[in-house]
Design a protein around this ligand. Structure first.
Ligand code: 5GP
Length: 116
């Protein structure tokens, strides 16, 4: 099992670098993406340093559910009444650039499909 090494997201969780945080609880943090790809672009991250979805274990069952319910809550609070997209880029082919599991919430415009 691979744990996330030190990443920019660990520093955000520890408040060592600034971020526009929109939600926090004991398991997760949500903050605005620094390079938004839609009018609303928020990342939900577990405080536990899991590198990628592929590294999640059965013991993370409840945590993964919590991340999705947190994404739903954050999307509601952001006013995304007309829908939104939830994305977890995983590994190189998935386009993951930060090795700390994160859920993208994208909304506020009509999103195209399929992704590139
Ligand atoms: P990935 O490509 O790994 O799925 O997504 C990483 C996301 O993190 C990107 O959308 C990128 O814009 C965002 N990001 C990278 N560095 C920072 C940062 O320092 N602060 C914030 N708020 N977002 C970041």
């Amino acid at each position: 099992m691979s744990e996330a090494t030190e990443t920019i997201f660990s520093k955000i969780i520890r408040r060592e670098i600034p971020a526009d945080i929109v939600y926090e609880d004991n398991l997760a943090l949500a903050f605005k993406d620094i390079h938004p790809q839609a009018p609303v672009h928020i990342l939900v991250v577990p405080k536990k340093p899991i590198a990628t979805l592929a590294d999640a274990q059965s013991e993370d069952h409840a945590l993964l559910g919590h991340l999705f319910l947190t994404a739903k809550r954050v999307a509601e609070e952001a006013g995304l009444k007309n829908g939104y997209r939830v994305v977890i880029n995983t590994g190189d082919d998935g386009g993951q650039t930060v090795d700390h599991l994160h859920v993208h919430i994208l909304g506020g415009r009509k999103l195209s499909w399929p992704p590139g």
